[in-house]
Design a protein around this ligand. Sequence first.
Ligand code: NAD
Ligand code: TYD
Length: 364
Amino acid sequence: MAEIDSERARRIIITGGAGFIGSNFVHHWSKKYPKDRIVVLDSLTYAGNRATLEDLENLENFRFVHGDICDRPLVDQLLKQENIDSIAHFAAQSHVDRSILGPGAFVEANVVGTFTLLESFRQYWLESGQPKHYRFLHISTDEVYGSLGPSDPPFSESTAYSPNSPYSASKAGSDHLARAYYHTYALPTIITNCSNNYGPFHFPEKLIPLMIINILQGKPLPIYGDGQNVRDWLYVKDHCQALDFVIHSGTPGQTYNVGGNNEVKNIDLVYLICRLMDELSEDLPVKPAENLITFVKDRPGHDRRYAIDASKIRQELGWIPETTVAEGIRETILWYLENQKWWRPLLSADYQAYYQASYDQKFI
Ligand code: NAD
Ligand code: TYD
């Protein structure tokens, strides 16, 4: 197993740190490594929310920068000014349904943004004398591998790329750049490809928070197609621990797949959420909540099944996911019930307009 290098105080830029996984990672890192310098770089798109980080704003070792990863002069300046040695790159457009409505923003943020960061970091790393401990961690998705049949083996690090949505195609492009910068320039990049995350601070448009919030509002629960699509659900806190191991002990130039070992069909997951909501929430507008389940027109190009073989990160870095879906969904529901002040403002007019544009054509 790899040696753990967690003694060194790091100075890290976390891009997309006001989003779902990025903010969970910022909290994880700040708590675990209070001596490390954390600089969050986030352009606060609809999915970014500075309030998520408000408990950290007064810490001496924390800085929030409202800016775009495509802004090369800004990135150049931050790297030097903050004497950065590591980048954890989460910033992206991340929602498949939005990529179907408008793919251009995905190419800009995911491909051009990653390219800008890599170029800036390469120049800075060269000027710094190519220190061995510098790291560029590129966080990506299992969706780059395409779709599995019911009895196919899970995705491994050597599975061929086969992206099917503008989102996954743009992430695949960014993965190829991160890989090429290691092979061409020896820049110490590492890629992680993870499965579907869930947990606190998840934007309401994604399946799990959408179901919880619609149940609280007595709104229909839209299930795409026949509901038999399978996702491998990874609790976000387990994911953050995996990324921590990868930054401290992962090998540059390598890819690590990170999965929850929790394959569930969408319809079964939604039934589980409904049952737990009936149990945990006192006054629901519709009870049992499963009465709200509504099958709707399928998402175009909808991948049937994702599953991750996480044996490499287990064997090399000693990471395993610790949270079962039953435990993690219960925790997540309790978090959404207790943190309505966080998510209610996100159901803005813009969000309603997106919801209408995406769902009106599906409810037929
Ligand atoms: P998210 O949409 O919740 O957050 C993305 C964040 O990036 C937001 O804070 C947004 O403001 C910021 N951002 C977007 N474009 C930017 C730009 N040009 N400059 C600066 N900031 C910008 O996404 P997430 O779910 O937290 O995903 C984080 C990363 O993990 C993404 O790269 C995504 O592809 C990957 N990923 C996510 C999942 C998942 O289940 N959520 C699964 C696999 C991989
Ligand atoms: P999502 O959370 O959008 O993640 P991804 O598309 O990246 O896997 O969706 C998870 C699964 O849930 C996916 O198979 C699509 C399905 N889904 C629905 O059935 N209804 C919905 O309203 C949403 C948002 C997703």
